[in-house]
Design a protein around this ligand. Sequence first.
Ligand SMILES: *[C@@H]1O[C@H](CO)[C@@H](O)[C@H](O)[C@H]1NC(C)=O
Ligand SMILES: *[C@@H]1O[C@H](CO)[C@@H](O)[C@H](O)[C@H]1NC(C)=O
Ligand SMILES: *[C@@H]1O[C@H](CO)[C@@H](O)[C@H](O)[C@H]1NC(C)=O
Ligand SMILES: *[C@@H]1O[C@H](CO)[C@@H](O)[C@H](O)[C@H]1NC(C)=O
Ligand SMILES: *[C@@H]1O[C@H](CO)[C@@H](O)[C@H](O)[C@H]1NC(C)=O
Ligand SMILES: *[C@@H]1O[C@H](CO)[C@@H](O)[C@H](O)[C@H]1NC(C)=O
Ligand SMILES: *[C@@H]1O[C@H](CO)[C@@H](O)[C@H](O)[C@H]1NC(C)=O
Length: 417
Amino acid sequence: MEKKKQLIGIWDVKHTFESSVVIFFIIGAVATIAFCYANMDEQDKRSTTPPPPLVVDNPANYDSLDGCDLFSGKWVHDNHTYPLYKELQCPYITGEFACGQHGRMDSNYQQWRWQPHACNLPRLDGKEVLEKLRGKRVIFVGDSVIRNQWVSMVCLLQSVIRPGKKKMQKVPNVSLLTFKALEYNVSVDFYWAPLLVESNADHPSMHKTNDRIVRIESIEKHAKNWVNTDVLVFNSYLWWRMPEFKILNGSFEDSKQYNIVDSHHAYSMVLEVWSNWLYTHINHTRTQSYFMSMTATHHRGKEWGMKGGRNCYNETDPIMKDKFWESGSDLEMMRILESSLNKLKTKGVTVQMVNITQLTQYRKDAHPSIHRMYNSPLSTTQLLNPSSYADCTHWCLPGVPDVWNEILLAYVLQGHK
Ligand SMILES: *[C@@H]1O[C@H](CO)[C@@H](O)[C@H](O)[C@H]1NC(C)=O
Ligand SMILES: *[C@@H]1O[C@H](CO)[C@@H](O)[C@H](O)[C@H]1NC(C)=O
Ligand SMILES: *[C@@H]1O[C@H](CO)[C@@H](O)[C@H](O)[C@H]1NC(C)=O
Ligand SMILES: *[C@@H]1O[C@H](CO)[C@@H](O)[C@H](O)[C@H]1NC(C)=O
Ligand SMILES: *[C@@H]1O[C@H](CO)[C@@H](O)[C@H](O)[C@H]1NC(C)=O
Ligand SMILES: *[C@@H]1O[C@H](CO)[C@@H](O)[C@H](O)[C@H]1NC(C)=O
Ligand SMILES: *[C@@H]1O[C@H](CO)[C@@H](O)[C@H](O)[C@H]1NC(C)=O
């Protein structure tokens, strides 16, 4: 019994990694970068017509949120307010996030508002956000799920920026993509560091291996690119969902010595290194720091009453059962994160956890499933069983990550407590 459970566990990790994270980051990153360059002119032409005026039917403002628990709530169908933008109006949506462009026909999944029990989230106004961020740099650091959120943020903001006044660039020799709103001098960046510290997953596209090797003490190589920032937004979760890690002592070039450590242990080690870096290198008067909590994957249809073998494939409605929890979400890792953030707090450093875990649990309908780009042709066996290659990890855009950003901005714009 125990053995069987473990096998399923390993299969899941493999499945998550091979079919979603790894394979897709490969084309994902490369495609995003290529697409960004290729489409700048195109995009400028498309956005010469100003977007229609926003319908303000939600009078809430950021000040009214004080004291409200934004993470406790429910999804409400709202096709007046959502989606906040159209997929084809945002040229940065590519690869695993471009569900409509890869054949997804339903759009209900784009039309849900997150309704906290105790207050309303203000409707996002791109101009207001850019005005408040004027002169500032925001950076998203982590894996492809936070890249998903970064693309969403860029889409939310780019529609209100005039043609020729925005720029998307890849920074040479660094895993950094930067979106600039020139008139506002705002920069919204993404930095690929799925394990935060140095590892053999650092290359944005060439990182496929079954052997995960981490230099747990070595964060500076990446972190030196995160200084001089006003808003730091981290995530790091999915890539730690492997049974074990090789922790390297010394550099990749001249060391073959490593210790094998289980993932929870490795996760707490890395968060300690990260905490120490944040404590010593960041000016916390200038910089606000956030950590996005883990997001749900929907690999086990049985958990919402489907027959065996089904997952997020062909799902078009959210789960309405209150407090639904899918068993792949590792609460122990969330506790490790919470304890690291609490420790930082006792040292006077506040890193707000943006607790999106529960709200993602309900959204089995919002993953790309089979409607995304694949970098190699699918086999006949796969095609006969679409669940086998469905991506139940990432999220279609527009969609759920837009709501993460609305919540994040509620903190950023008014220092919500
Ligand atoms: C919006 O949703 C309602 C049901 O919630 C539906 O009756 C209506 O036709 C929808 N409107 C549009 C424009 O899709
Ligand atoms: C733009 O913002 C950066 C910080 O992100 C700042 O260093 C720079 O001086 C600003 N430039 C202008 C022209 O305001
Ligand atoms: C980037 O890397 C290439 C090859 O490794 C090197 O030739 C080049 O000088 C580097 N450029 C910068 C700006 O560091
Ligand atoms: C790493 O190597 C150094 C010397 O090369 C040694 O002093 C240290 O104890 C090692 N650390 C671990 C965790 O093995
Ligand atoms: C930290 O940032 C604040 C606000 O930008 C600034 O006034 C202060 O001089 C900075 N402190 C250091 C040590 O750089
Ligand atoms: C997908 O869902 C629709 C309705 O929700 C159903 O009619 C159809 O049979 C499903 N397809 C598969 C392959 O399960
Ligand atoms: C985050 O959400 C999870 C699930 O709802 C909950 O168990 C946890 O206590 C929350 N943590 C914080 C710090 O809000």
